[in-house]
Structures are given as C-alpha cells and as structure tokens.
Design a protein around this ligand. Sequence first.
Ligand SMILES: Nc1ncnc2c1ncn2[C@@H]1O[C@H](COP(=O)(O)OP(=O)(O)OP(=O)(O)O)[C@@H](O)[C@H]1O
Length: 266
Amino acid sequence: MGEPVISLRGVGAELGGRPVLRGVDLTVHRGEVVALLGANGSGKSTAIRAVIGQVPVSTGTIELFGTERARFRSWARVGYVPQRTTAAGGVPATVTEIVSSGRLSRARFGVLRKADHAAVRHALERVGMADRAKDSVDALSGGQHQRVLIARALAAEPELLIMDEPMAGVDLVSQKVLADTLSAQVEAGTTVLVVLHELGPLEPLIDRAVVLRDGRVLHDGPPPRGAAGTFPLPASPDPGHPRPGHDHVHPHAPADVEPIRTGLLS
Ligand SMILES: Nc1ncnc2c1ncn2[C@@H]1O[C@H](COP(=O)(O)OP(=O)(O)OP(=O)(O)O)[C@@H](O)[C@H]1O
C-alpha cells in the first residue's frame, strides 16, 4: 500500500455552533480510490471541505501528502471538484476560461504558457468538451457543466482528486464520460476521494468505502456490492438516518432540465 495522501485523525468540526464531525479517522493511500458515503447531512461534504481548508477543524489533525494541512502549500497537487450548485451567481465565462482557471496554480507568475494551454485543451478533450471550448458555460446542460468542472480540476494534472458528488444530476451520457475519464486517471496513478450517494457507474473503480453517520465513521472497508448497495450492517434504529449506501434523498435538480449558472468565478 502507498503512503498516506490524506490523513484525518480524530477530526471534529462545528458549523453554526453544532458538531458536524465527531472524531473522524480516515486515511487515503497513494493510488487508492475511496468513496465517502452516508445519508444526507452525515458530514461527507464537511469532511472533504475540512481537508481542503474550507472548514475549520476543532479537534484532531489533518495531513495532506504527509504535511500538516495548515502548513501544506502544494495545492497544485490537489484537484477539487465541488458539489454542483445552482444557487451561486454566475459571471459570464467561456468553457476555456473556466478550465484555464484550474491551471493557474501550475502557471509561473500566474501567466499561462504554451504547455499550460495544451494541458487545458487536453483536459477538455478528456471530458469530451473540446468542441464547446469557446461556448459560454451558461449555455451548457447540467452534465456538460459538471464535465467542465472536472476538466478544470484535471487541468492542473493533480496527483489527488477530491470530488463531491460528481454524478449528482448528471445525464447518463455525461456519467459514462466521467466514469471513463476517472478510470483513465486512476489507471495513471491518481489518488481519488469521492463523495457519492450511490456507487453507480464508478463502482468498478472503488477500492474502499467509508460510510459516515452523524459525523462518525460507521464503516471503513470493502464497498457495498450488488444492485441494492447494502452493507452487512444492522438496520438503522432511526428512520431519520437510513442505512448507508441507499435511501438517500437528493435535492439536486434532474439532469439537463435547464442550463445552470456557474458560481466558479464568484
Ligand atoms: N454552513 C453551515 N452552517 C451550519 N450548518 C451546516 C453548514 N453546512 C452544513 N451544515 C450542516 O452540517 C451537517 C452536515 O452537512 P454536510 O453537507 O457535510 O452533509 P453531507 O453528508 O455532505 O450531506 P448531503 O448528502 O446532503 O450533501 C448538516 O446537518 C448540515 O445541515
């Protein structure tokens, strides 16, 4: 097994004065693909936002590539795909502009050069969006928008990809493109931590599943297999907290109902 790329030990976090993470231990080793599962509100997004420094930690430690997160500076090694949102205000931007913004962390003095433009083009090709390079992101479907967000993360050629529900609200064609893209990344050695509400088309890629419930790790081991996606766990005693891996309600808009606005530049 490779060295730890992400390491959380006893991590606690509070939001709005309420504990959301309650002592989370989670390690992702180099080359691993780990799915973070759990019911709505179990703390999945908060856990990965804590990893990338968007949520302060009240207890415990987080390390990235063996460095304490507060001292970690090599953000170009990390690609982050946030949970898609329709709420953020959009700034008109083209597909290329959005994907190029993901390359800035690699560009010397913030200036994109030939190799950077080539990396941006390559990332767009990988998600099948090269023909939309000049289009405004406001004109894209939900699934296409998600492909652009992933191209933006890939443009920096990260060693670690952290994704928050990349398949949510994404049409089947885009799901297939994303699964193939991710598969190629994993093949090339990229480490992946991905929040999912069901394994779906990514199932063959997942090495391990970590299931959260109420901000605690309920399961860390083999992913649930089979159509039902169930774990060998007792039924939830609390109907408000259904069993992990299913019974998960999602507020996301159905795929491709209307173009969504991007909040990437806001
Ligand atoms: N900014 C915030 N302020 C206060 N509470 C928050 C905030 N963000 C999240 N929470 C609360 O923290 C808990 C965990 O939220 P989180 O988004 O991490 O869950 P999740 O497992 O990712 O859920 P989902 O599957 O619905 O995306 C929820 O109860 C949520 O209401």
